[in-house]
Ligand binder design. Structure first.
Ligand SMILES: [Ca+2]
Length: 157
């Protein structure tokens, strides 16, 4: 599709972008949806890695087990990240995360620690030029995973 066609379409989408029409306003500036997702494993087809970026709270990525499980988001271009919000599984009964961290492509590591069942955690990142983010769950209970990982962008300075 040429630029001449694409730009009017983008403008049209912007004009239509109200909460009642086509855009989800609950996840502003969430860049997770533009990433390729890979995971350590999936409990089964109903708990795919994609469920962690589909903007639906009631769909979970779940692994089979609770040790050394991970989700990796890859972008085809560098992004600037303000913060990352991790929402633990919503469909499970008891799947707390006991020990976890975020690893970024620039080598930085952010301690996340525990996220209780149905809980969430906000991690300040403030990093630029990031190509990938890996959330590594060292240990937890039952079948760990996430309902959503939100990667909130930052404006370029
Ligand atoms: Ca989801």
């Amino acid at each position: 599709m040429g630029k001449k066609i694409l730009i009017p379409i983008i403008l049209l989408i912007s004009l239509l972008c109200t909460p009642s029409i086509i855009c989800s306003q609950s996840f502003p500036d969430n860049l997770a949806g533009y990433a390729d997702v890979t995971v350590s494993d999936e409990y089964n087809y109903d708990y795919s890695g994609y469920n962690a970026i589909d903007r639906q709270r009631q769909s979970d990525w779940a692994a089979r087990g609770a040790r050394n499980k991970w989700i990796l988001l890859n972008w085809p271009y560098p992004i600037n990240i303000s913060f990352i919000k991790l929402i633990n599984r919503q469909t499970g009964v008891f799947d707390p995360i006991n020990s976890s961290e975020l690893i970024l492509s620039d080598g930085s590591i952010f301690y996340v620690g525990t996220i209780k069942t149905h809980g969430r955690k906000l991690i300040n990142i403030n990093r630029e030029g990031i190509f990938w983010v890996k959330y590594l769950i060292h240990s937890g209970v039952n079948n760990v995973g996430l309902s959503e990982i939100l990667v909130i962008g930052a404006d370029t300075k």
